[in-house]
Write a new protein. Structure first.
Length: 187
């Protein structure tokens, strides 16, 4: 299996030791080094542990022949743009079965017409993870509410809709919510 562990680790600015300590249970930097260079076989278990330690999905660490990586040509920071110090690639985004999307047809708040907002669906026990994030909430009769989740009291969610002068909305017992996880914006 060809992995992108090294590229993702470097892109996150983590050392081998950082990843090793972030693994559950912790391991050694030497083991992580062997896994990312291919001198030790990467099992699904190891792939999941390393993905969790890096804060990515396991699929982001696997190079698939039908999904070409995008080479990084330049790095932009406060000092301007320059060539990367090390060759690097970026894996294009891959949707999972729990993703849903919002298509923005008119600008509102931080979003512009043409944007696509990828959201991850969460069950009620995961609602706390979405605090202070933009969420999509289903309403009766095929309607939705989209806004910032600003509070939660037992079965009530407090949302602040996008746009100036919007008033707080309270939704009781939604079956799920979907938190915004990726913004796709054409330039």
């Amino acid at each position: 299996m060809i992995t992108a562990i090294r590229e993702v680790r470097r892109a996150k600015g983590m050392t081998l030791d950082d990843v090793a300590r972030a693994c559950v249970p912790p391991t050694t930097a030497q083991t992580i080094g062997r896994l990312e260079t291919g001198t030790r076989t990467v099992s699904v278990g190891w792939l999941n542990r390393i993905a969790d330690a890096l804060g990515v999905r396991a699929a982001d660490l696997v190079r698939l022949p039908d999904r070409p990586d995008i080479p990084v040509a330049a790095v932009l920071d406060a000092n301007g743009v320059q060539a990367p110090r090390q060759p690097a690639t970026i894996a294009p985004p891959v949707a999972s079965s729990d993703h849903i999307a919002i298509r923005v047809v008119a600008g509102i708040g931080d979003y512009r017409a043409g944007d696509e907002i990828w959201c991850e669906r969460l069950p009620p026990e995961g609602f706390a993870r979405a605090l202070n994030r933009d969420v999509l909430v289903p309403r009766p009769a095929g309607r939705y509410l989209f806004g910032r989740l600003i509070g939660r009291e037992e079965s009530k969610l407090h949302l602040l809709p996008l746009g100036a002068g919007a008033r707080q909305q309270i939704v009781t017992d939604p079956p799920w919510i979907a938190t915004a996880v990726r913004l796709v914006r054409p330039l």
